[in-house]
Structure formats: C-alpha cells, structure tokens
Design a protein around this ligand. Structure first.
Ligand code: AP5
Length: 220
C-alpha cells in the first residue's frame, strides 16, 4: 500500500519530530525540504548558497528551488511506496506542483494532517530547540532533552542552535507562515482530505492522534 502524507503546521509545531516517528513506523522516507536545504548548505552547493540568506532570515526559499529538490527526491527507489512530506508544500504553487508530480508519477494522492499548537508554545519550543546537524534529530533543552546534554542520542554529534531559531528570525517565520502557508488549509480542506490534530502534550499521544485522524481522511 502506498502512503503519501503531508504534515502541515507552523514553525515548531512538531512536523519533524512526528515525521521521523511515522517514517520509522511505516518504513517510508521523511521528505523534509528544510533538512535537504540545510544539507545543501553544509555541502556548499550552489543551491545551498542561494538558500542560505533566505533561511537564516526566516524567509521562504523560492518555489522553483524546493520543487526541483522534491521532484528529484521522490524519484529515488526508497520513495516508491510513499513519503511523509515535512515542511513541503509551503505555498499554493508548491501544492499544485506536488499534485502534478504525484499524478505524473502514477502515485496515490496525498492525505494531509495539520498539527495545531498555540503561538506562545511555538515560541518556547523554537527558542529551546537544539538540532543535530548530522541526522537532523530535533531536541529541546526542557521538553525533549538528549540523554547527554548537548549531544545527539543517535550519533553523539554536537547539537546546535539553528540560525533561524533566534528571536528575529522566528518572528519572520511566523509572518511567512501566516501569509503563504496557512492558506493551504483551505486548499486541502476543500477536498475533504485535511484532518487537524492538537499538537500539544506527549509526543506519543500526538503520534496516535495523527494515525487515528488519518483513518478518517480521504485521499485528496
Ligand atoms: P524547516 O526546517 O521546514 O522549518 P519549519 O517549518 O520552520 O519547521 P521547524 O523545523 O522549525 O519545526 P517543526 O514543525 O519540524 O518542529 P520540530 O519537530 O523541530 O524550514 C526551515 C527554512 O527552510 C524555512 O524557513 C525556509 O527558509 C526553508 N524552507 C524549507 N522548506 C521550504 C519550502 N517548502 N519552501 C520554501 N522554503 C522552505 O519541533 C520543534 C521543537 O519543539 C523541538 O525542539 C522539539 O523537540 C519540540 N517539540 C516537538 N513536539 C513537542 C511537544 N509535543 N511538546 C513539547 N515540545 C515539542
């Protein structure tokens, strides 16, 4: 069975945290455009250099850049049974491009789950997030601390504060989200494929809410 799932949500809603868990449970890849762009930056590619200024300031990277990345990633063999999209699509043109891509590739249409968290909690989450630059695991100094302070549980690498988790960039990310990404709830809501879950509380409870919500969601 093929599964194509989009996790929608504001910055810090827990898309990456839950996408990693769902990917492990279902044996399909997490496609995170944020992680892919950060990897391109680390490798110093032209695309990574182009994305850097947008990302550090909290602005969205141009649509054509991320659409190209997703097209290439979806064509890899490990995504033939589906994928969990984390941080993509983020604009209406990206959503339209994904519809077209899945149709051209003969894949099943997407189901969509929006994770809702109040903005005050999002700000606390982002300010305290620490990320592993190697395997992209997200931690939080209080809510989800690593076993050894400052070190990734999986690879032992040093955890970092993302440049866009500084207060000014967080504000810009919220503005970008409201202007460009929040309208996607209407885009998918009109098709009856959108389900919304409460993204507060224990990580495992949220994972269960997502899986239960998916059972009732139509393919859009
Ligand atoms: P991206 O990396 O996608 O960032 P984002 O959407 O802002 O999302 P985050 O990664 O910040 O949050 P998340 O929802 O994954 O939360 P997480 O699980 O980490 O994008 C970064 C940048 O790249 C963009 O600003 C843009 O420039 C560019 N970009 C990426 N995709 C793009 C696209 N499609 N188009 C254009 N530009 C694009 O959790 C957050 C924190 O909360 C963690 O510390 C976690 O431990 C903690 N936490 C999680 N769940 C809980 C919980 N239940 N209780 C308490 N704490 C929790």
């Amino acid at each position: 069975m093929q599964r194509n799932l989009i996790l929608l949500g504001a910055p810090g809603a827990g898309k990456g945290t839950q996408a990693q868990r769902l990917a492990a449970r279902w044996g399909i890849p997490q496609i995170s455009t944020g992680d892919m762009l950060r990897e391109a930056r680390r490798q110093g590619t032209e695309l990574g250099k182009k994305a850097q200024a947008y990302m550090d300031g909290g602005q969205l990277v141009p649509d054509e850049v991320v659409i190209g990345l997703v097209e290439e990633r979806l064509g890899r063999p490990d995504a033939k049974d589906g994928a969990i999209f984390d941080g993509f699509p983020r604009t209406t043109p990206q959503a339209e491009a994904l519809d077209g891509l899945l149709a051209r590739m003969g894949r099943d249409p997407v189901k969509v789950v929006a994770i809702e968290v109040p903005e005050a909690e999002l700000t606390l989450r982002l300010g305290g997030r620490r990320s592993c630059p190697k395997d992209n695991a997200p931690y939080h100094v209080t809510f989800n601390p690593p076993k050894v302070s400052g070190k990734c549980d999986r690879c032992g690498g040093e955890l970092i504060l993302r440049p866009d988790d500084r207060p000014e960039a967080i504000k810009t990310r919220f503005v970008e989200y409201q202007a460009k990404t929040a309208p996607l709830t209407d885009y998918y809501g009109r098709r009856g494929t959108l389900r919304t879950v409460d993204g507060t509380g224990e990580l495992e409870s949220i994972l269960e809410r997502i899986t239960v919500a998916l059972e009732g969601a139509a393919h859009g």
